[in-house]
Design a binder for this molecule. Sequence first.
Ligand SMILES: *Cc1c(COP(=O)(O)O)cnc(C)c1O
Length: 233
Amino acid sequence: MIAENLKRLRDKINAQCAASGRRAEEIKLIAVSKYFGIEAINEANKLGITDFGENKAQELRDKFELLGNKVNWHFIGTLQRNKAKYVVKAASLIHSVDSISLADEINKQAAKNDKVQDILLEIKTSFEETKAGLNQEEQIIKLVEHCKTLSNINLMGLMTMAPYTDDEKLIRKSFSELRKLKDKINQQGINLIELSMGMTSDFEIAIDEGATMLRIGSAIFGKRDYAKDWRMI
Ligand SMILES: *Cc1c(COP(=O)(O)O)cnc(C)c1O
């Protein structure tokens, strides 16, 4: 099933790239494997997927113990400071940094692990209270400036989740806001390159608005069963 799903998804990504005047090679596909087991990850890996996304620190820690650096791990969930140590050990990219104190903790853990941790800032571009991330421009600029002072952190770009809605206009607005914010930050002599945006339901709009990383789960692995532990799948 994963093979068929991936083929269908890659066809859609290629078609959207063609329609949007983008090159498919500019866009990294991150397979969001949360709630899915090692077997599914290995299967997708054999089909050419090298990057996997997880949203819980312990789940990432445990999967990393089993698979190590055979694949690139992305952390895309809300991160509590006391769990940063697990995530820094495993993640090639942390998408969800949203405060100075979290950036400081990641920097500290990265130094301990003798690495420079690549990160993105999570931005709240929708107006939903339930969504995580930063939404005050002043705060965002402050955090960008702060990251520059941390020697074990490398800030590469921005991440967002679109609002949960069928209204394409609102989704597009959310993604274009992220792109504009990146351009604005870059006018201040900073060089952000990545825009992590687009999931199963909205990746086509994200490609059109300039995404460089797509985080896609269910279109690859099928529906998640939230009642099951990933070890049991
Ligand atoms: C689960 C998740 C995704 C993937 O969602 P799908 O709808 O399954 O593609 C993307 N981004 C984040 C932050 C997630 O938590």
